[in-house]
Each structure stands twice: as structure tokens, then as C-alpha cells.
Design a protein around this ligand. Structure first.
Ligand code: FAD
Ligand code: DHB
Length: 397
């Protein structure tokens, strides 16, 4: 990069305008803490990136309490329970009855749109389409800074703290000193083929299906749009899945008495690989990781977006005490506070994934264990309580 032509200063430099970076920026703003977000994609790209759909109870509450929940309440839908389809039998699990809470179905890209709108309306600064983002001097007692290019201009952002909210493939985690991070990793031998279709949802609540052909999930986005997933190979070429094959396979895996699958035009198709991953620690000096930058889960438990929001709720509280009360105790404890919750989320997502998918490498004993696990869940109120407690979300702290 040529010499710096633009020089700015803020308290918190945030890298990434996904759910983690945007919610952190919003919360910091409400605490009177100046911040700037640098994002390497365009606003349009961020606002249309199709990902998760379920918001935990407390994540939805946080949106309401901080003034960004109105559209979610208007256009999203409240789900008081969910369904498990096993051996062709449908079992309903009622979260509201079991733990007195529900979840909201509201797309991740709608959350992103609401947060971007709120930040811009409040005069917040999000610099889209940056390149060459790099972090400096976060580890040596000096003031950290970020260099980047925006509109062809070499730029520098000085700050007190850098928040690495730049997702799994970002630059912040690789910037940790060599050997500092321990990685915990599990790659699953399958992926999910996900579609969006112009078809009214075939059921009012989600269906998680365990079938001998593999897992399937019925979800939705609106009264006219279905979101559906099929277990497939992790590197499955989309050409293997013409629309007719997708509908046939969904009808088979989701089929049960009294059910009929609504079909329609498929307008989005993609394959997602499945992985569990945690990087420890989540901080070095004045650089802090949050969300997918530090950990990912397979999507079965609907936890990726929610745990990104949980991290930044914790980081925001710690930064608030640091900046507004000059006390860095919570900031120093950030990794430990987050990891307690994250490992619970990792366990739940791994458990849901292990219980619901077909594993080609299972020996007969493993298959029996999976059946026993499912039977326990479907016949024990304690088992269902465990699922409900985790699915609606653990406390955000
Ligand atoms: P991200 O949303 O990844 O945001 C990171 C941001 O940083 C991005 O905007 C990125 O462009 C930006 N960035 C990256 N590098 C740089 C850089 N060098 N400089 C500047 N900006 C940078 N979870 C579920 O619970 N259910 C699902 O169904 C589900 N489906 C998914 C499907 C896909 C294809 C993927 C990838 C993830 C899915 N997830 C799902 C996970 C969930 O979407 C993530 O956990 C969530 O997006 C995490 O939010 P985040 O803000 O931490 O990261
Ligand atoms: C959706 C995705 C999930 O991974 C999940 O567990 C539930 C719902 C969805 O995209 O709607």
C-alpha cells in the first residue's frame, strides 16, 4: 500500500459487518462509545447473503430492547415449538410448555438490514468495500490501528480496541501471535443442500427429520417462501441435484401421515459444509474475536448467528466498563466468559448433528446409540426439556 492518505480515529475499530460486528456497533453506540465498521463486501451483498433463520428468545429480546425489533415482530414469526420426524412418526416438542420461552423465525439477512439501517440512521460509520484490511500494534501496549484501502485511498483507523468480527475466513484470527491459539476442530462427513422456494410452508413449525437416506429440515421464511435442507455429500456438486430430484427427496425424507409437501420455483440453491471449531483464546492484547471469527458450529442446532450475538453482548458489556468506568477486569476475562457459553453451544450443535444425520462410517453399535439417543429424546420429558432449554437459548451471559 502506498503512504496513508486518510487518517481517522475512533474508540473501537470493528472489522466485519455481519451480525456480530453490526450488533456490537449498535450496542456500543447506545453506550455512547464511538466506533467504525470496516467491511470488505458491498452493502447490497451483506444485506442479501442468505444464511440462518432462527433467533433465540434472548437474542430477539435484545433486538426489541435496543430498538431494532419492530420489523422482526411485524414480519418474523414466533415459534413456540418444533417437530422431530423419526421413523416416519412426527413428535412435537413444545418449548413454551417445557421452558416458558419461544424462538423467532426471522432471516439473518433481515437482522443485518435492520442493524445497518439503525446504524446509518444514528449517524454511525460503516465503510463498505474496503480491501487490504490489516491490524497493527494491538499486542505491545501501544494504541492499535487498522490499515485498509477504501475507494482506492490508503487509509488508517486509530482506535483503543479492535473487534475482529470478520467471520471464519477473516484476517483477525490469523493475526494472533504464532502458536498462541489452540484449535479444536471436528469436520463432519456430510453437508447440507439448502434451497429457497416459492412455496407456502408445508407445516406451521419446523420439522427436523432423521431418515435412512439422511437428514432433512423443513423451515420457512414467509407465508409464501419455504426454506428446506437435505443432507448431502460435503462437496456435493449442485449439478447432481436438479429441482425434481430435490423435491422427490424432500417428499421422501419429510413424508408422514397427513403431510403433503408444497413445491414451487426454487430460486436459491447452495451446499454448506458442516464443521465444529473453536479457537482459544479469543483475545490477544487489544484485539478481540467475536462470532464465526472464533468459533463455528454445524447449523443443526440453529446456533451460529445466535452465538455471534451472545459474544458481542459480552464484549459490549466488557468494553462499556472499560471505557466508561475505566475498569478492564471484564475485558481481561472476555475469553473465559465467552468460552463457558460457547462450549455449551458446541456440545448442543454436535449432539443435534450426531443424533439427526446418517453417518456412513457408523458401526452397528453407533447406529444403536443414535437410536437410543432419539428414543430418549422422544419419550422422556427430561430429554425434551434439555432440548428446549438449549434450543430457545442459554442466558446471554
Ligand atoms: P459473518 O456473518 O461471517 O460476518 C463476517 C463479516 O466480515 C462478513 O460481512 C465478511 O464479509 C466480513 N469480512 C471478512 N473478512 C474481512 C476483511 N478482511 N475485512 C473486512 N471485512 C471482512 N447458522 C445457523 O444458525 N443456521 C443456518 O442455517 C446457517 N446457515 C449458514 C449458511 C452459510 C453458507 C454460512 C457460511 C453460515 C451459516 N450459518 C448458519 C452460520 C451463521 O450464518 C454465522 O454463524 C453468522 O453469520 C456469524 O456471524 P458473524 O458476524 O460472526 O460472521
Ligand atoms: C434454519 C436453519 C437451521 O440451521 C436450523 O437449525 C433451523 C432453521 C433456517 O434456515 O430456517
Amino acid at each position: 500500500m502506498s503512504s496513508t492518505q486518510s487518517h481517522k480515529k475512533t474508540r473501537i475499530g470493528i472489522i466485519g459487518a455481519g451480525p456480530a460486528g453490526l450488533m456490537l456497533s449498535h450496542l456500543l453506540h447506545l453506550s455512547g462509545i464511538d466506533n467504525v465498521i470496516l467491511e470488505n463486501r458491498s452493502r447490497d451483498y451483506c444485506e442479501n447473503r442468505i444464511r440462518a433463520g432462527i433467533l433465540e428468545y434472548e437474542v430477539a429480546e435484545l433486538m426489541r430492547q435496543t430498538g431494532v425489533g419492530a420489523r422482526m415482530d411485524r414480519e418474523g414469526s414466533r415459534h413456540d415449538g418444533t417437530n422431530f420426524l423419526v421413523n416416519g412418526e412426527l413428535h412435537h416438542i413444545d418449548f413454551q410448555e417445557l421452558v416458558g420461552k419461544h424462538v423467532m423465525l426471522y432471516s439473518q439477512h433481515e437482522v443485518v438490514r435492520d442493524l445497518i439501517a439503525a446504524r446509518l440512521e444514528a449517524g454511525g460509520e460503516i465503510i463498505f468495500e474496503t480491501s487490504d484490511v490489516a491490524v497493527h500494534d494491538y499486542d505491545n501496549g501501544h494504541s492499535p490501528y487498522i490499515t485498509y484501502t477504501a475507494n482506492g485511498v490508503a487509509s488508517r483507523l486509530d482506535c483503543d480496541v479492535i473487534a475482529g468480527c470478520d467471520g471464519f475466513h477473516g484476517i483477525c484470527r490469523p493475526a494472533f501471535p504464532a502458536g498462541m491459539i489452540t484449535e479444536y476442530d471436528r469436520v463432519y462427513p456430510f453437508g447440507w443442500l439448502g434451497i429457497l422456494a416459492e412455496a407456502p410452508p408445508s407445516k406451521d413449525e419446523l420439522i427436523y427429520a432423521n431418515h435412512e437416506h439422511g437428514f432433512a429440515l423443513l423451515s420457512m421464511r414467509s407465508p409464501t417462501i419455504s426454506r428446506l435442507y437435505l443432507q448431502c455429500a460435503p462437496d456435493e456438486p449442485l449439478e447432481n441435484w436438479p429441482d425434481d430430484r430435490i423435491w422427490d427427496e424432500l417428499a421422501l425424507r419429510l413424508g408422514h401421515d397427513g403431510f403433503s409437501l408444497n413445491t414451487g420455483k426454487i430460486f436459491q440453491k447452495s451446499v454448506t459444509a458442516m464443521r465444529s471449531y473453536v479457537a482459544e483464546p479469543m483475545q490477544t492484547g487489544r484485539l478481540f474475536l467475536a462470532g464465526d471469527a472464533a468459533h463455528i458450529v454445524p447449523p443443526t442446532g440453529a446456533k451460529g448467528l445466535n452465538s455471534a450475538i451472545a459474544d458481542v453482548a459480552i464484549l459490549h458489556r466488557a468494553l462499556d466498563t472499560y471505557i466508561n468506568k475505566n475498569d478492564d477486569t471484564a475485558l481481561n476475562n472476555y475469553t473465559a466468559t465467552c468460552l463457558r457459553r460457547i462450549w455449551q453451544i458446541e456440545r448442543f450443535s454436535w449432539w443435534m448433528t450426531s443424533m439427526m444425520h446418517k453417518f456412513d462410517n457408523h458401526v452397528p453399535f453407533d447406529a444403536r446409540m443414535q437410536t437410543a439417543e432419539l428414543n430418549y429424546l422422544l419419550t422422556s420429558s427430561a430429554g425434551q426439556m434439555t432440548l428446549a432449554e438449549n434450543y430457545v437459548g442459554l442466558p446471554l451471559h
